[in-house]
Design a protein around this ligand. Structure first.
Ligand code: GLU
Length: 471
Protein backbone atom coordinates (compact mmCIF):
# COMPACT_ATOMS: atom_id res chain seq x y z
CA UNK A 1 0.00 0.00 0.00
CA UNK A 2 1.38 3.37 -0.95
CA UNK A 3 2.21 6.12 1.47
CA UNK A 4 4.32 9.12 0.60
CA UNK A 5 6.17 9.33 3.93
CA UNK A 6 8.05 6.63 5.83
CA UNK A 7 6.69 4.83 8.89
CA UNK A 8 8.97 6.70 11.31
CA UNK A 9 7.99 10.01 9.70
CA UNK A 10 4.35 9.07 10.21
CA UNK A 11 4.93 8.40 13.91
CA UNK A 12 6.83 11.68 14.16
CA UNK A 13 3.97 13.50 12.46
CA UNK A 14 1.63 12.20 15.15
CA UNK A 15 4.19 13.23 17.77
CA UNK A 16 4.48 16.78 16.36
CA UNK A 17 0.74 17.19 16.20
CA UNK A 18 0.51 16.32 19.90
CA UNK A 19 3.61 18.30 20.87
CA UNK A 20 1.88 21.45 19.58
CA UNK A 21 -0.66 21.04 22.39
CA UNK A 22 2.09 21.12 25.05
CA UNK A 23 4.17 24.03 26.32
CA UNK A 24 7.36 22.00 26.45
CA UNK A 25 10.78 23.26 25.48
CA UNK A 26 11.69 22.52 21.83
CA UNK A 27 15.01 20.85 22.68
CA UNK A 28 13.30 18.63 25.20
CA UNK A 29 10.72 17.64 22.58
CA UNK A 30 13.42 16.78 20.08
CA UNK A 31 15.25 14.69 22.72
CA UNK A 32 12.05 12.74 23.42
CA UNK A 33 11.23 12.27 19.72
CA UNK A 34 14.64 11.24 18.44
CA UNK A 35 16.07 7.73 18.41
CA UNK A 36 18.90 7.36 20.97
CA UNK A 37 20.77 4.23 19.83
CA UNK A 38 20.63 1.83 16.95
CA UNK A 39 22.69 -1.28 16.30
CA UNK A 40 22.71 -2.74 12.79
CA UNK A 41 24.29 -6.15 12.41
CA UNK A 42 25.02 -8.66 9.66
CA UNK A 43 26.16 -12.19 10.38
CA UNK A 44 26.52 -15.40 8.39
CA UNK A 45 24.58 -18.60 9.10
CA UNK A 46 24.95 -22.04 7.61
CA UNK A 47 21.77 -23.28 5.92
CA UNK A 48 20.71 -26.92 6.06
CA UNK A 49 21.95 -27.44 2.50
CA UNK A 50 25.42 -26.23 3.73
CA UNK A 51 25.20 -22.93 1.81
CA UNK A 52 26.05 -19.75 3.72
CA UNK A 53 23.66 -16.84 4.01
CA UNK A 54 24.23 -13.38 5.44
CA UNK A 55 21.46 -12.28 7.79
CA UNK A 56 20.62 -8.59 8.35
CA UNK A 57 19.22 -7.49 11.67
CA UNK A 58 18.65 -4.44 13.90
CA UNK A 59 17.98 -3.44 17.48
CA UNK A 60 16.92 0.09 18.24
CA UNK A 61 16.75 1.63 21.71
CA UNK A 62 14.66 4.70 21.11
CA UNK A 63 14.71 6.12 24.61
CA UNK A 64 16.58 5.28 27.81
CA UNK A 65 14.69 7.77 29.99
CA UNK A 66 13.75 4.65 31.94
CA UNK A 67 15.68 1.41 32.03
CA UNK A 68 15.56 -1.27 30.83
CA UNK A 69 14.33 -0.47 27.36
CA UNK A 70 11.64 -2.83 26.11
CA UNK A 71 10.16 -4.04 22.86
CA UNK A 72 9.60 -7.04 20.65
CA UNK A 73 11.70 -8.70 17.97
CA UNK A 74 10.14 -9.07 14.56
CA UNK A 75 11.01 -11.66 11.91
CA UNK A 76 9.79 -10.36 8.58
CA UNK A 77 11.06 -9.76 5.08
CA UNK A 78 9.82 -6.16 5.33
CA UNK A 79 12.01 -5.30 8.36
CA UNK A 80 14.25 -2.29 7.73
CA UNK A 81 15.96 0.38 9.79
CA UNK A 82 13.15 2.90 9.46
CA UNK A 83 10.54 0.35 10.55
CA UNK A 84 12.56 -0.68 13.61
CA UNK A 85 13.02 2.96 14.64
CA UNK A 86 9.31 3.70 14.18
CA UNK A 87 8.28 0.67 16.21
CA UNK A 88 10.83 1.44 18.95
CA UNK A 89 9.51 4.99 19.26
CA UNK A 90 5.96 3.64 19.54
CA UNK A 91 7.22 1.44 22.41
CA UNK A 92 8.48 4.51 24.29
CA UNK A 93 5.05 6.16 24.03
CA UNK A 94 3.18 2.90 24.69
CA UNK A 95 5.06 2.20 27.93
CA UNK A 96 4.49 5.76 29.11
CA UNK A 97 0.74 5.65 28.37
CA UNK A 98 0.18 2.50 30.44
CA UNK A 99 2.77 3.50 33.06
CA UNK A 100 5.07 0.57 32.51
CA UNK A 101 8.48 1.77 33.70
CA UNK A 102 10.53 1.05 30.58
CA UNK A 103 12.09 2.98 27.73
CA UNK A 104 11.17 1.97 24.18
CA UNK A 105 13.06 -0.46 21.94
CA UNK A 106 12.46 -2.81 19.02
CA UNK A 107 14.41 -5.42 17.10
CA UNK A 108 14.03 -6.98 13.71
CA UNK A 109 15.58 -9.70 11.59
CA UNK A 110 15.00 -9.45 7.86
CA UNK A 111 13.80 -13.00 7.17
CA UNK A 112 10.58 -14.76 6.29
CA UNK A 113 10.45 -17.43 8.99
CA UNK A 114 8.51 -19.79 6.69
CA UNK A 115 11.61 -20.10 4.49
CA UNK A 116 13.79 -21.54 7.30
CA UNK A 117 13.87 -24.84 9.16
CA UNK A 118 13.53 -24.93 12.95
CA UNK A 119 17.26 -25.59 13.24
CA UNK A 120 18.08 -22.59 11.05
CA UNK A 121 15.70 -20.34 13.00
CA UNK A 122 17.31 -21.45 16.25
CA UNK A 123 20.77 -20.72 14.96
CA UNK A 124 19.72 -17.25 13.68
CA UNK A 125 18.03 -16.43 17.00
CA UNK A 126 20.97 -17.56 19.13
CA UNK A 127 23.49 -15.69 16.97
CA UNK A 128 21.34 -12.54 17.09
CA UNK A 129 21.23 -12.78 20.89
CA UNK A 130 24.98 -13.19 21.01
CA UNK A 131 25.45 -10.11 18.82
CA UNK A 132 23.15 -8.11 21.11
CA UNK A 133 25.03 -9.28 24.21
CA UNK A 134 28.38 -8.39 22.66
CA UNK A 135 27.31 -4.74 22.37
CA UNK A 136 25.35 -4.65 25.65
CA UNK A 137 22.02 -4.40 23.81
CA UNK A 138 20.36 -7.05 25.98
CA UNK A 139 20.10 -7.69 29.72
CA UNK A 140 17.52 -7.51 32.52
CA UNK A 141 18.59 -3.96 33.40
CA UNK A 142 19.55 -2.85 29.89
CA UNK A 143 17.18 -3.92 27.12
CA UNK A 144 14.58 -6.68 27.29
CA UNK A 145 13.16 -8.13 24.04
CA UNK A 146 9.81 -9.90 23.64
CA UNK A 147 7.76 -11.53 20.87
CA UNK A 148 6.47 -9.53 17.92
CA UNK A 149 5.37 -10.38 14.37
CA UNK A 150 6.87 -13.74 13.36
CA UNK A 151 8.25 -14.66 16.80
CA UNK A 152 6.80 -16.35 19.88
CA UNK A 153 7.58 -18.18 23.11
CA UNK A 154 9.97 -20.61 21.40
CA UNK A 155 12.26 -17.85 20.11
CA UNK A 156 12.17 -16.15 23.53
CA UNK A 157 13.26 -19.44 25.17
CA UNK A 158 16.26 -19.61 22.80
CA UNK A 159 17.15 -16.01 23.63
CA UNK A 160 16.93 -16.63 27.40
CA UNK A 161 18.97 -19.82 27.13
CA UNK A 162 21.71 -18.13 25.07
CA UNK A 163 21.87 -15.13 27.37
CA UNK A 164 22.00 -17.33 30.48
CA UNK A 165 24.82 -19.35 28.98
CA UNK A 166 27.00 -16.26 28.53
CA UNK A 167 25.94 -14.11 31.47
CA UNK A 168 28.23 -15.71 34.03
CA UNK A 169 25.78 -16.80 36.73
CA UNK A 170 23.77 -13.56 36.79
CA UNK A 171 20.90 -14.57 39.06
CA UNK A 172 18.48 -12.23 37.25
CA UNK A 173 19.40 -13.40 33.78
CA UNK A 174 15.94 -14.83 33.01
CA UNK A 175 14.68 -11.24 33.08
CA UNK A 176 16.64 -10.56 29.87
CA UNK A 177 13.59 -11.38 27.72
CA UNK A 178 9.83 -11.74 28.20
CA UNK A 179 7.15 -13.82 26.51
CA UNK A 180 9.00 -17.01 27.46
CA UNK A 181 7.24 -20.36 27.94
CA UNK A 182 5.97 -20.72 31.52
CA UNK A 183 8.44 -23.56 32.15
CA UNK A 184 11.32 -21.21 31.23
CA UNK A 185 10.37 -18.32 33.52
CA UNK A 186 7.37 -17.06 31.54
CA UNK A 187 4.12 -15.91 33.10
CA UNK A 188 0.60 -17.27 32.69
CA UNK A 189 -1.56 -15.00 30.57
CA UNK A 190 1.25 -13.46 28.47
CA UNK A 191 0.25 -15.26 25.25
CA UNK A 192 -3.30 -13.89 25.38
CA UNK A 193 -2.28 -10.53 26.87
CA UNK A 194 -2.24 -8.28 23.79
CA UNK A 195 -5.55 -9.64 22.49
CA UNK A 196 -7.11 -9.43 25.95
CA UNK A 197 -5.88 -5.84 26.29
CA UNK A 198 -7.39 -5.01 22.89
CA UNK A 199 -10.69 -6.39 24.15
CA UNK A 200 -10.55 -4.33 27.37
CA UNK A 201 -9.78 -1.17 25.37
CA UNK A 202 -12.69 -1.75 22.99
CA UNK A 203 -15.00 -2.56 25.89
CA UNK A 204 -14.10 0.72 27.62
CA UNK A 205 -14.57 2.73 24.42
CA UNK A 206 -17.96 1.12 23.80
CA UNK A 207 -19.09 1.84 27.36
CA UNK A 208 -19.08 5.63 26.93
CA UNK A 209 -22.56 6.75 26.01
CA UNK A 210 -21.67 10.14 24.50
CA UNK A 211 -19.12 8.58 22.11
CA UNK A 212 -21.48 5.79 21.06
CA UNK A 213 -24.33 8.29 20.53
CA UNK A 214 -22.12 10.23 18.10
CA UNK A 215 -21.53 7.03 16.13
CA UNK A 216 -25.19 6.04 16.20
CA UNK A 217 -24.29 2.91 18.17
CA UNK A 218 -25.66 1.50 21.40
CA UNK A 219 -23.29 1.11 24.34
CA UNK A 220 -21.61 -2.21 25.04
CA UNK A 221 -19.76 -4.75 22.95
CA UNK A 222 -22.74 -7.09 22.62
CA UNK A 223 -24.13 -7.35 19.11
CA UNK A 224 -21.40 -5.21 17.50
CA UNK A 225 -20.29 -6.43 14.05
CA UNK A 226 -16.53 -6.91 14.03
CA UNK A 227 -14.02 -7.44 11.21
CA UNK A 228 -10.58 -8.84 12.09
CA UNK A 229 -7.67 -8.34 9.70
CA UNK A 230 -4.81 -10.61 10.81
CA UNK A 231 -5.62 -13.85 12.65
CA UNK A 232 -2.28 -14.30 14.40
CA UNK A 233 -1.84 -14.32 18.16
CA UNK A 234 -3.26 -10.80 18.68
CA UNK A 235 -6.16 -11.03 16.20
CA UNK A 236 -7.18 -14.49 17.35
CA UNK A 237 -7.37 -13.67 21.06
CA UNK A 238 -8.99 -10.26 20.50
CA UNK A 239 -11.65 -12.01 18.39
CA UNK A 240 -12.17 -14.70 21.00
CA UNK A 241 -12.66 -12.31 23.91
CA UNK A 242 -14.97 -10.08 21.85
CA UNK A 243 -17.01 -13.12 20.80
CA UNK A 244 -17.27 -14.21 24.46
CA UNK A 245 -18.64 -10.74 25.26
CA UNK A 246 -21.36 -11.15 22.63
CA UNK A 247 -19.83 -9.42 19.58
CA UNK A 248 -20.37 -10.90 16.11
CA UNK A 249 -17.16 -11.64 14.21
CA UNK A 250 -18.46 -11.19 10.66
CA UNK A 251 -15.16 -11.42 8.76
CA UNK A 252 -11.61 -12.65 9.29
CA UNK A 253 -8.77 -11.81 6.91
CA UNK A 254 -5.38 -13.47 6.66
CA UNK A 255 -2.48 -13.04 4.24
CA UNK A 256 -3.97 -15.60 1.80
CA UNK A 257 -7.56 -14.34 1.77
CA UNK A 258 -10.62 -13.47 3.81
CA UNK A 259 -13.84 -15.16 4.89
CA UNK A 260 -17.18 -13.51 5.62
CA UNK A 261 -20.45 -14.49 7.22
CA UNK A 262 -22.89 -11.72 8.27
CA UNK A 263 -24.35 -14.09 10.89
CA UNK A 264 -20.95 -14.45 12.61
CA UNK A 265 -17.94 -16.80 12.40
CA UNK A 266 -17.15 -19.07 15.38
CA UNK A 267 -13.59 -18.02 16.27
CA UNK A 268 -12.32 -21.27 17.79
CA UNK A 269 -13.77 -23.38 14.96
CA UNK A 270 -12.15 -21.15 12.30
CA UNK A 271 -8.86 -21.43 14.18
CA UNK A 272 -9.13 -25.24 14.30
CA UNK A 273 -9.97 -25.32 10.59
CA UNK A 274 -6.86 -23.25 9.90
CA UNK A 275 -4.67 -25.60 11.94
CA UNK A 276 -6.03 -28.61 10.02
CA UNK A 277 -6.27 -27.16 6.51
CA UNK A 278 -3.37 -24.70 6.69
CA UNK A 279 -5.65 -21.75 5.85
CA UNK A 280 -8.83 -20.05 7.08
CA UNK A 281 -10.10 -20.30 3.48
CA UNK A 282 -12.51 -23.13 2.88
CA UNK A 283 -14.16 -22.77 6.30
CA UNK A 284 -17.63 -24.25 5.72
CA UNK A 285 -20.52 -21.81 5.45
CA UNK A 286 -18.40 -18.70 4.91
CA UNK A 287 -18.17 -16.58 1.78
CA UNK A 288 -14.62 -16.07 0.46
CA UNK A 289 -13.82 -12.44 -0.34
CA UNK A 290 -11.91 -11.53 -3.49
CA UNK A 291 -8.86 -10.24 -1.57
CA UNK A 292 -7.84 -10.01 2.06
CA UNK A 293 -7.84 -6.20 1.72
CA UNK A 294 -11.54 -6.32 0.75
CA UNK A 295 -12.32 -7.24 4.37
CA UNK A 296 -11.11 -3.81 5.49
CA UNK A 297 -13.79 -2.19 3.36
CA UNK A 298 -16.75 -4.18 4.73
CA UNK A 299 -19.64 -2.42 6.41
CA UNK A 300 -19.09 -3.10 10.14
CA UNK A 301 -19.15 -1.45 13.57
CA UNK A 302 -15.59 -2.29 14.62
CA UNK A 303 -12.65 -2.92 12.30
CA UNK A 304 -9.58 -4.44 13.94
CA UNK A 305 -6.39 -4.32 11.88
CA UNK A 306 -4.21 -6.80 13.78
CA UNK A 307 -1.34 -7.54 11.39
CA UNK A 308 1.17 -5.01 10.09
CA UNK A 309 1.56 -1.28 9.53
CA UNK A 310 0.13 0.82 6.67
CA UNK A 311 -2.91 -1.17 5.65
CA UNK A 312 -5.24 1.84 5.61
CA UNK A 313 -3.75 4.53 3.41
CA UNK A 314 -4.71 7.15 0.80
CA UNK A 315 -5.48 4.24 -1.53
CA UNK A 316 -8.38 2.74 0.39
CA UNK A 317 -9.37 5.24 3.08
CA UNK A 318 -12.37 6.47 1.06
CA UNK A 319 -13.82 2.94 1.07
CA UNK A 320 -13.54 2.29 4.82
CA UNK A 321 -17.02 1.99 6.36
CA UNK A 322 -16.23 1.02 9.96
CA UNK A 323 -17.45 3.31 12.75
CA UNK A 324 -14.71 2.29 15.18
CA UNK A 325 -11.18 1.26 14.17
CA UNK A 326 -9.26 -0.55 16.88
CA UNK A 327 -5.53 -0.54 16.10
CA UNK A 328 -4.39 -3.91 17.44
CA UNK A 329 -1.37 -3.75 15.08
CA UNK A 330 1.30 -1.08 15.31
CA UNK A 331 0.79 1.72 12.77
CA UNK A 332 -1.98 0.16 10.65
CA UNK A 333 -3.37 3.56 9.58
CA UNK A 334 -1.13 5.98 7.70
CA UNK A 335 -1.08 9.46 9.25
CA UNK A 336 -3.07 11.24 6.50
CA UNK A 337 -5.66 8.49 6.33
CA UNK A 338 -6.01 8.71 10.10
CA UNK A 339 -6.76 12.46 9.85
CA UNK A 340 -9.34 11.85 7.17
CA UNK A 341 -11.10 9.13 9.17
CA UNK A 342 -11.17 11.34 12.26
CA UNK A 343 -12.70 14.15 10.20
CA UNK A 344 -15.38 11.71 9.07
CA UNK A 345 -16.18 11.00 12.72
CA UNK A 346 -14.64 7.52 12.91
CA UNK A 347 -13.48 6.66 16.44
CA UNK A 348 -9.88 5.42 16.25
CA UNK A 349 -8.49 3.57 19.26
CA UNK A 350 -4.77 4.24 18.81
CA UNK A 351 -2.13 1.49 18.72
CA UNK A 352 0.13 3.04 21.36
CA UNK A 353 -2.70 2.57 23.82
CA UNK A 354 -4.74 -0.32 22.46
CA UNK A 355 -2.06 -2.97 21.98
CA UNK A 356 -0.17 -2.12 25.17
CA UNK A 357 -1.53 -5.23 26.94
CA UNK A 358 1.43 -7.24 25.67
CA UNK A 359 4.09 -5.03 27.19
CA UNK A 360 2.02 -4.62 30.36
CA UNK A 361 2.09 -8.36 31.02
CA UNK A 362 5.74 -8.47 29.90
CA UNK A 363 6.36 -6.04 32.76
CA UNK A 364 4.66 -8.48 35.18
CA UNK A 365 6.84 -11.30 33.80
CA UNK A 366 10.00 -9.24 34.27
CA UNK A 367 9.00 -8.40 37.86
CA UNK A 368 8.33 -12.12 38.46
CA UNK A 369 11.78 -12.99 37.09
CA UNK A 370 13.50 -10.43 39.31
CA UNK A 371 11.55 -11.43 42.41
CA UNK A 372 12.05 -15.14 41.73
CA UNK A 373 8.60 -16.06 42.97
CA UNK A 374 5.32 -16.75 41.22
CA UNK A 375 2.59 -14.16 41.83
CA UNK A 376 0.04 -15.46 44.31
CA UNK A 377 2.31 -18.15 45.73
CA UNK A 378 2.62 -16.54 49.16
CA UNK A 379 -0.95 -15.34 49.64
CA UNK A 380 -3.33 -17.66 47.76
CA UNK A 381 -4.00 -20.12 50.60
CA UNK A 382 -3.94 -17.42 53.26
CA UNK A 383 -6.61 -15.49 51.33
CA UNK A 384 -8.70 -18.64 50.91
CA UNK A 385 -8.59 -19.25 54.66
CA UNK A 386 -9.68 -15.69 55.38
CA UNK A 387 -12.53 -15.82 52.82
CA UNK A 388 -13.74 -19.14 54.27
CA UNK A 389 -13.88 -17.64 57.75
CA UNK A 390 -15.91 -14.69 56.42
CA UNK A 391 -18.29 -17.04 54.59
CA UNK A 392 -18.74 -19.11 57.77
CA UNK A 393 -19.35 -15.98 59.84
CA UNK A 394 -22.05 -14.87 57.35
CA UNK A 395 -23.62 -18.34 57.52
CA UNK A 396 -23.67 -18.17 61.32
CA UNK A 397 -25.32 -14.76 61.38
CA UNK A 398 -27.86 -15.51 58.64
CA UNK A 399 -28.43 -19.12 59.74
CA UNK A 400 -28.27 -20.06 56.05
CA UNK A 401 -25.80 -22.35 54.31
CA UNK A 402 -24.31 -21.30 50.95
CA UNK A 403 -24.53 -24.03 48.29
CA UNK A 404 -21.12 -25.76 47.99
CA UNK A 405 -20.40 -24.30 44.53
CA UNK A 406 -21.06 -20.74 45.73
CA UNK A 407 -18.99 -21.37 48.86
CA UNK A 408 -16.08 -22.47 46.67
CA UNK A 409 -16.39 -19.45 44.37
CA UNK A 410 -16.55 -17.02 47.31
CA UNK A 411 -13.50 -18.57 48.96
CA UNK A 412 -11.16 -18.74 45.95
CA UNK A 413 -7.77 -17.07 46.37
CA UNK A 414 -6.13 -15.41 43.36
CA UNK A 415 -3.84 -17.51 41.15
CA UNK A 416 -1.00 -16.06 39.09
CA UNK A 417 -3.25 -15.89 36.03
CA UNK A 418 -6.04 -14.14 37.98
CA UNK A 419 -3.58 -11.53 39.21
CA UNK A 420 -2.07 -11.00 35.75
CA UNK A 421 -5.49 -10.55 34.16
CA UNK A 422 -6.65 -8.25 36.90
CA UNK A 423 -3.50 -6.11 36.63
CA UNK A 424 -3.96 -5.97 32.87
CA UNK A 425 -7.62 -4.95 33.14
CA UNK A 426 -6.81 -2.25 35.70
CA UNK A 427 -4.05 -0.90 33.44
CA UNK A 428 -6.15 -0.78 30.27
CA UNK A 429 -9.22 0.72 31.97
CA UNK A 430 -7.22 3.40 33.79
CA UNK A 431 -5.22 4.38 30.72
CA UNK A 432 -8.33 4.65 28.53
CA UNK A 433 -9.99 7.07 30.90
CA UNK A 434 -6.75 9.05 31.21
CA UNK A 435 -6.45 9.60 27.47
CA UNK A 436 -10.20 10.22 27.18
CA UNK A 437 -9.92 13.02 29.77
CA UNK A 438 -6.89 14.48 27.98
CA UNK A 439 -8.82 14.51 24.69
CA UNK A 440 -11.54 16.48 26.46
CA UNK A 441 -8.96 18.91 27.87
CA UNK A 442 -7.40 19.45 24.43
CA UNK A 443 -10.79 20.37 23.01
CA UNK A 444 -12.21 20.34 19.51
CA UNK A 445 -10.14 18.72 16.80
CA UNK A 446 -8.15 16.46 19.12
CA UNK A 447 -8.55 12.74 18.65
CA UNK A 448 -7.62 9.91 21.00
CA UNK A 449 -4.28 9.38 19.21
CA UNK A 450 -3.25 12.96 19.83
CA UNK A 451 -4.42 12.69 23.44
CA UNK A 452 -2.41 9.46 23.90
CA UNK A 453 0.71 11.13 22.48
CA UNK A 454 0.23 14.20 24.71
CA UNK A 455 -0.05 11.86 27.68
CA UNK A 456 3.14 10.01 26.67
CA UNK A 457 5.14 13.16 25.87
CA UNK A 458 4.22 14.79 29.19
CA UNK A 459 5.13 11.66 31.16
CA UNK A 460 8.51 11.24 29.44
CA UNK A 461 9.21 14.97 29.73
CA UNK A 462 8.87 14.85 33.52
CA UNK A 463 11.66 12.26 33.69
CA UNK A 464 14.09 14.67 32.02
CA UNK A 465 12.81 17.75 33.82
CA UNK A 466 13.15 16.20 37.25
CA UNK A 467 16.79 15.50 36.50
CA UNK A 468 17.19 19.23 36.02
CA UNK A 469 18.47 18.73 32.46
CA UNK A 470 15.71 20.56 30.65
CA UNK A 471 13.45 23.45 31.68
N1 GLU B 1 5.90 -6.67 20.58
C1 GLU B 1 4.92 -6.23 21.53
C2 GLU B 1 4.57 -4.78 21.28
O1 GLU B 1 4.73 -4.27 20.19
C3 GLU B 1 5.31 -6.55 22.95
C4 GLU B 1 6.50 -5.85 23.47
C5 GLU B 1 6.95 -6.34 24.86
O2 GLU B 1 6.24 -7.12 25.46
O3 GLU B 1 8.02 -5.91 25.26
O4 GLU B 1 4.04 -4.13 22.12
Amino acid sequence: MSSSISFSEQVNRNFDKAAAFTNLDRTLLSQIRGCNSIYRMSFPIKRDDKSIEVIHAWRCEHSQHKLPTKGGIRYSKSVNEDEVIALASLMTYKCAIVEVPFGGAKGGIKIDRHEYSDRELESITRRYTFELAKKNFIGPGVDVPAPDFGTGAREMAWIADTYQAISGGNIDSLGCVTGKPVSQGGIRGRTEATGRGVYFGIREACSIQEDMDKLGLSTGVEGKRVVIQGFGNVGFYAARFLEEAGALIIAIAEWDGAIFNPKGLPVQAVHEHRVEAGSILGYPGAEVLATNMAALELDCDILIPAALENVITDDNVANIKAKIIAEAANGPIAARASDELTKRGVLILPDAYLNAGGVTVSYFEWVKNLSHVRFGRMQKRFEEGAYRRIVSAIENVTQRQFPEEEREALSRGASEEDLVNSGLEETMVLAYHQIWEIRKRLGKGADLRTAAFVDAIEKVAVCYQELGIFP
